[in-house]
Every structure is written in structure tokens, then in C-alpha cells.
Design a protein around this ligand. Structure first.
Ligand code: NAP
Length: 473
């Protein structure tokens, strides 16, 4: 894929970029290594000062960087501004909390009994340069939720961003530089996906994190496995949104619209499969369809737009193929299932609700990356759990119920990295984020996220010379 800004609202190529040559790539990898050697010794308070400055700069830049994101990948402008604000908030959260999250742990004297140690501790030390392979759908947030904890832990970052968001990628390098991070602490590598293997095999790169498709994740994990390098994978999702009879159906349907159509339907944690108890199925579908139909589809630069274009022509073609397959096999389109007539240019697709979805359809097993909802009718909790788990993915899940007994059953049985009750899945700095099954492994955000790229170091001290209880070797 060429590295270029192509406006999805018009299909127009606005700017193209040359890929880094081998010499420049080598220079940057060497710089990452030397930057890490020094940066790893800096204090938490110094790193926090730099990261807080980056957050302040990002707040100031918000209108401009929001326009850049919308131009490159088509998200509605208000959502782009909200994404930038969320990034600044996460930076401040890690700036304030990192030292506490990575504080040395001291096992108690009782726990150390028979260990031979007079004292011991666990320290969290940085690993080195970490390669971040990132997607275009939240072009700032996906990077910041890696970079903020990684930089606070003392690592340095090498960003290989998606090829369709080069200007956002370059902005990030510039942002961290202006904030005062030393040269080489955060670098953007303008390279295509073909260069990832070579970079990951380089001895100076310690680990990798990838957010993206299963295909890309598998490829990076295979190389990292061969090199025995740590990885975190945040891959696709097809999250269930279960509605039980005790639910507030009105609120569930309203939230379902946002949960499905956010980010033009291109979010890994968007609710994609709506599994609705027969008792409330029709009431839910009526409200949900009305809500999806009422969304304003159009120019993402307009403040009132709810749904902009899909990010690429290929992305729309893939989505159309999933919908066509479902319709051919008996699904019914309650709304949408077509391109908007008024938008001949750009890669628009109407918000779509498909009912009567069954396990013979591709959409049952594959991720619909666009504003298309698959609705199932189920007879009870057991069937709801079975349908919810009948997917290769396991990112997050949503359940609408006011029955405490059901809550425990869903927590116990849903195969997902999160279970959100009476609301929609959303990431937050204080909560771990990640999946199971084909949605990947490892966690981002919270204390779990910052420890992923740390060397968890055991520090052991032998017995004091006058310790009469010390074990004899
Ligand atoms: P993608 O095609 O996998 O691209 C993601 C990144 O991986 C890009 O930088 C891409 O570079 C690179 N890449 C692609 N193939 C590669 C390969 N074989 N080896 C190394 N790198 C490779 O995914 P996308 O279309 O940008 O994003 C959509 C997917 O990401 C969806 O499945 C979505 O659910 C998932 N996602 C997951 C999360 C999560 O947190 N779990 C969050 C957001 C998105 P190029 O652009 O140069 O090809």
C-alpha cells in the first residue's frame, strides 16, 4: 500500500510520501538504541514532566490534528477532537500514576521464609526500543495508549503507523519532540508493512506491539516468536451485545446505535452482533432500526455528521460482500444495505441493520468493519451465551440485564476480555484493555498495560553475616 493521505470523503489523493530508505532506517534504529541507553536512567518525575508537556501541546493542537485525522481516515470531526482530548487525558494519567504502578514490590518476611533471602524485591525495568505497528481507525489513540505507558516505564518507541495516516504519524513524532523528549525516544518510521519483519528482527528492537487485523498480528507474532521477542497483540473483534428481558430496552437500543456506528462503524470494540431475547426482540429492533436510520451520514468535517465514509474503498467493498452474503442466505435488511444515493463520491455506506442472521453466514464469523449490525433472536440465557461465544474473536462484550443472577452467569461464561453491563464498551486509562481467542493477547492501559513492556526483575539479597537462622548451603 502506498504511503499517502487519500481523503475518503472524496477519494482524492492529497499527499504522497516516500518510504524511508535503508540508510535512514539504520540511522533511526541506531538513534533509538543510544536514546534508550540514556533515557532509561531518567527519573519518573522527569518523564512525567515531559509527558504532561506533550498533553498540554496536544490540547493546544486539538483543532488542527483533529482535521488531519478526519482528512486522512474520515471520522466525524467532533469524534476526532474527542479522541485528541482522550489522548491528553491518558498521558496525564500515566504521568501521574506510573511511579506508583511500577513501584518495587516487597514480599513479606513470612513469604520469604525458607527462600534464603534476608530481603528481596521485584523491580520493573524498561526493556528497550519497542516497535509499535498501529492501525488507522483511532490514529492518535491507538498510538498514545502504547506510547504513554511505554515512555513512562523508560522504554523508547518506534512507530510503524498504517500507510493511510502518514500525517498523523509524523505529527506524533513532532509532538513528543516538542515536548522535550530526547531525540530518538519516539520516532515515526514511514515504512510499509513489508519492512516490519526486518525491523523486528533487528537486535536493537526489544519487543513489539501490534494493533490491527488478525492477519497482520499472526505475521508479527510469528517473526517475534522466531526471535523470542515479547509481543502484545490487539486484534479484531466481533463483540456481542446481549439484551435480556429485564433490560431497559429503550436505553439499550439508543446505546446500541452509538456502540455500532461509532467511528463510522470501524472500531474493534464496537458492538457488532446483537443477541436479543425473543421477549424483547421486536421492541428492541424497532427502536434500534429507527435510531440507525436517523443517523446523519455525510461530510465528516460537518459538525452534525454522525457517520462519515469508510476509510478505504477496499474496506467498503469488503463490508458490502459480507452484507450481500447475509442477504443471499436469508437475512433481512431493516435499513441500509446500500451506498447513499446522495453521495456518489467517497466511500460511504448507509447504517444497516440485518435481522434473521444465522451461523451459515460469513458475518456470523467475520468482523464487519463498518456500520452494519447483525441481529439474532434467542430463547434464553444459555442460547445467548452460546451465540455470543460462537465466534473466533473474544475482545469485549456488552450485556443488558437487571438480574443479578444473570450478571454472574455472563461474567463466568462469556469468552471475552471485558464484560460491560448496561452500557457500551469503552476504553479508559484505569481499566485493562485486550482480548482472548483471535482478538489477541496481552493488555493495554492500567497497571497491566504499563507492565507488559517491563523486565520484571527479581532482586535477592543473601543472609546477613550474623543471621543465625540462615540456611546452610
Ligand atoms: P491492518 O491491515 O492489520 O493494519 C494494521 C497495521 O499493521 C498497519 O500499520 C499495517 O501497515 C500493518 N500490517 C498489515 N499487514 C502486516 C503484515 N503482514 N506484517 C506487518 N505489519 C502489517 O489493520 P487495519 O485495517 O489498519 O485495522 C483494522 C483492524 O484492526 C480491525 O480488524 C480492527 O478490529 C483491528 N483493531 C483492533 C484493536 C484492538 O485494540 N484490539 C483496535 C483497533 C483496531 P500498512 O497500513 O502499511 O498495511
Amino acid at each position: 500500500m502506498p504511503i499517502a493521505t487519500v481523503n475518503p470523503a472524496t477519494g482524492e489523493t492529497l499527499k504522497t510520501f516516500d518510504e524511508l530508505g535503508p540508510e535512514e532506517l539504520e540511522r533511526r534504529l541506531a538513534l533509538a538504541e543510544t536514546a534508550f541507553a540514556q533515557y532509561r536512567t531518567t527519573s519518573f518525575s522527569h518523564r512525567a514532566e515531559l509527558l504532561n508537556r506533550a498533553a498540554d501541546l496536544l490540547d493546544q493542537d486539538q483543532p488542527d490534528i483533529a482535521r488531519t485525522m478526519t482528512t486522512e481516515m474520515g471520522k466525524p470531526i467532533a469524534a476526532a477532537r474527542a479522541e485528541a482530548a482522550k489522548c491528553a487525558k491518558a498521558m496525564r494519567w500515566y504521568a501521574e500514576r506510573a511511579e506508583e504502578l511500577l513501584a518495587p514490590e516487597q514480599p513479606s518476611a513470612a513469604d520469604l521464609k525458607d527462600s534464603g533471602a534476608s530481603r528481596a524485591s521485584v523491580r520493573y525495568r524498561p526493556l528497550g526500543p519497542v516497535l509499535a505497528v498501529m492501525p488507522w481507525n483511532f490514529p492518535l489513540w491507538q498510538v498514545v495508549r502504547f506510547a504513554a505507558p511505554a515512555l513512562m516505564a523508560g522504554n523508547v518507541g518506534l512507530l510503524k503507523h498504517a500507510s493511510n495516516v502518514p500525517q498523523t504519524a509524523l505529527y506524533l513524532e513532532d509532538l513528543f519532540q516538542r515536548a522535550g523528549f530526547p531525540d530518538g525516544c519516539f520516532q515515526t518510521l514511514l515504512v510499509g508493512s513489508g519492512a516490519v519483519e526486518g525491523i523486528l528482527r533487528d537486535r536493537r528492537v526489544a519487543a513489539a506491539t501490534l494493533t490491527g487485523s488478525e492477519r497482520a498480528g499472526r505475521s508479527v507474532a510469528a517473526v517475534a516468536g522466531d526471535e523470542v521477542k515479547k509481543t502484545v497483540l490487539e486484534l479484531g473483534g466481533s463483540d456481542p451485545f446481549v439484551v435480556m428481558p429485564s433490560a431497559d430496552v429503550e436505553r439499550a437500543a439508543r446505546t446500541a446505535v452509538t456502540a455500532r456506528a461509532q467511528n463510522n462503524g470501524q472500531s474493534c470494540i464496537a458492538a457488532k452482533r446483537f443477541i436479543v431475547h425473543a421477549e424483547v426482540h421486536d421492541a428492541f429492533c424497532e427502536r434500534f432500526t429507527a435510531g440507525m436510520r436517523a443517523l446523519s451520514v455525510g461530510d465528516p468535517m460537518r459538525e452534525t455528521t454522525d457517520v462519515g465514509p469508510l476509510a478505504s474503498e477496499q474496506g467498503r467493498a469488503d463490508l458490502e460482500a459480507l452484507v450481500d452474503d447475509a442477504l443471499r442466505l436469508g437475512a433481512v435488511a431493516q435499513c441500509g444495505a446500500r451506498r447513499p444515493e446522495k453521495r456518489p463520491r467517497g466511500w460511504y455506506y448507509e447504517p444497516t441493520v440485518l435481522t434473521g442472521v444465522s451461523d451459515s453466514m460469513r458475518i456470523h464469523r467475520e468482523e464487519a468493519f463498518g456500520p452494519v449490525a447483525a441481529v439474532y433472536r434467542v430463547a434464553g440465557l444459555d442460547e445467548a451465551v452460546t451465540v455470543a461465544n460462537d465466534t473466533p474473536f473474544g475482545l469485549s462484550s456488552n450485556v443488558w440485564t437487571r438480574d443479578d443472577g444473570e450478571v454472574e452467569r455472563f461474567v463466568r461464561d462469556l469468552e471475552a476480555g471485558g464484560v460491560y453491563f448496561n452500557g457500551m464498551t469503552a476504553s479508559h486509562p484505569a481499566l485493562p484493555f485486550g482480548g482472548v481467542k483471535r482478538s489477541g493477547y496481552g493488555r493495554e492501559l492500567s497497571g497491566h498495560g504499563i507492565r507488559e513492556f517491563c523486565n520484571v526483575t527479581t532482586v535477592w539479597h543473601g543472609p546477613e553475616p550474623d543471621d543465625v537462622n540462615a540456611p546452610v548451603e
